[in-house]
Design a protein around this ligand. Structure first.
Ligand code: GLC
Length: 423
């Protein structure tokens, strides 16, 4: 049956979808991301499946920002459109999108997700239905310039305060020495999902909780959370460029990889690119866990992406087969080695080739295993609003609009009005 073009998305003004195949001939359409090497790796995996099965797949790339990807998907799915069969979905979306997705246990069998981290399988199981297969997991880590820290006699920082001081010192010295584009610290400061991830790490590592706790109680309005955000606000214009208020993952990586930042917060994917031949900082990069607040412990936000099949697909079985192939061991291993995407299959963390390519998959195993989840499961369909309110508030504090204590009190009021939706 001929496929309908991607009119839904385009008519709705979200022309960010761009096909890389022949829209009319394909048997399936998959949307897979655009950050770093994501799209290329997806294309290569899909090409292997096409060769094995003789089927044709169209690939559509989606916007870099998770927040923009979500609104695009919501538009397509709420129109019950069959335009996309297989969707790459964020770890915080199962509760938001479950109604539009197939139960993969039905098509792929009860043991479909065996061997994958059970916390992710649980996360992807909504009302007893496995709505997505784990593809890769993520956790925030700290990248640092080994050469610069050594030159200035520093170990990687343990606390955010230390990071601030070391960053300031090296930035000043390097500028003095002639690199006037040098910055101390870059991260994801745009008002989008990535800022929620960064700010959750600051807050949780100050002992300030996770916005909403496991029982659904609002916890964000507390002193530790305010102290964490106030410190972060001092970075802007000092050790972090003002422009970072508009950075996603890729802008931060661009600056770090061109040699103009001492520290960067990012996800593991940035490793393989920082180590690539095009990188100015190849072999000069170290990766450690993120710093913590005065009385807290390091916290890494749990991220990651999964593959789901749309309920509106006209080719469900085939779509599920593609998902099984892409999330299978061989593909996860290839993506780990080539793109430093964290496998969701536990056994691959003992694979020597994987560990040789990405040594911190071994040294930071605990960071990945204990990453802090955003409150998406507990807030369910309201997660998008909760996160939006949190990143907008944080963005306001970083921009210097409001001191954190006032901003968090206002945020609490806003979330209070939503609370009955999940409590
Ligand atoms: C990464 C994470 C994802 C998160 C996003 C925010 O892609 O894997 O979970 O939502 O970053 O920018």
């Amino acid at each position: 049956m001929p496929k309908k073009p991607l009119i839904t998305a385009i008519a709705l003004g979200t022309a960010a979808l761009s096909g890389t195949g022949q829209a009319q001939a394909a048997d399936l359409t998959i949307s897979c991301g655009a950050v770093g090497a994501e799209l290329t790796l997806c294309e290569e995996g899909v090409a292997q499946w096409e060769e094995q099965t003789g089927h044709e797949v169209d690939i559509v790339s989606t916007p870099n920002s998770s927040t923009e990807r979500l609104s695009l998907y919501q538009q397509i799915l709420s129109a019950n459109s069959s335009d996309i069969d297989v969707l790459q979905i964020d770890v915080v979306w199962p509760g938001l999108l479950a109604n539009h997705l197939l139960d993969l246990n039905e098509t792929l069998g009860e043991d479909a997700a065996e061997g994958h981290f059970s916390a992710i399988v649980e996360n992807n199981t909504v009302d007893g239905r496995l709505v997505a297969m784990p593809w890769f997991t993520d956790a925030g880590v700290l990248y640092y310039r080994k050469d610069l820290l050594e030159e200035y006699g520093h170990e990687p920082p343990e606390t955010w305060q230390e990071l601030t001081e070391i960053a300031r010192e090296i930035q000043a010295a390097e500028r003095e020495a002639g690199n006037d584009r040098m910055w101390g610290y870059v991260f994801q400061g745009r008002a989008y999902e990535g800022l929620t991830c960064n700010a959750l790490e600051w807050v949780a590592s100050y002992g300030g909780g996770t916005i909403v706790d496991g029982e659904g109680n609002l916890t964000i309005n507390n002193e530790q959370a305010a102290a964490a955000l106030d410190l972060a606000a001092t970075w802007i214009g000092d050790i972090t460029p003002e422009g970072a208020l508009n950075y996603t993952e890729e802008e931060a990586r661009g600056l770090f990889q061109s040699g103009n930042a001492v520290f960067m917060r990012n996800w593991p994917y940035a490793w393989s690119l920082a180590q690539s031949e095009e990188s100015e900082v190849r072999d000069q990069v170290g990766v450690v866990k993120l710093p913590h607040g005065p009385d807290g412990e390091s916290a890494a936000t749990l991220g990651g992406w999964n593959l789901a099949v749309s309920k509106y697909s006209e080719n469900r079985e085939l779509a599920a087969d593609l998902v099984a192939f892409l999330t299978g061991e061989a593909e996860q291993k290839r993506r780990a080695i080539e793109g430093s995407y964290n496998p969701t299959l536990e056994s691959l963390y003992e694979d020597e080739e994987v560990l040789a390519a990405v040594p911190f998959f071994g040294t930071l195993y605990d960071t990945f295993a204990n990453a802090v989840a955003r409150p998406s499961a507990v807030t369910g369909e309201s997660y998008g609003r909760v996160s939006n309110a949190f990143f907008d508030t944080t963005h306001g504090v970083l921009s210097g609009d409001t001191p954190a204590a006032d901003a968090l009190a206002q945020l609490e009021g806003q979330l209070r009005r939503l609370e009955r939706r999940w409590k």
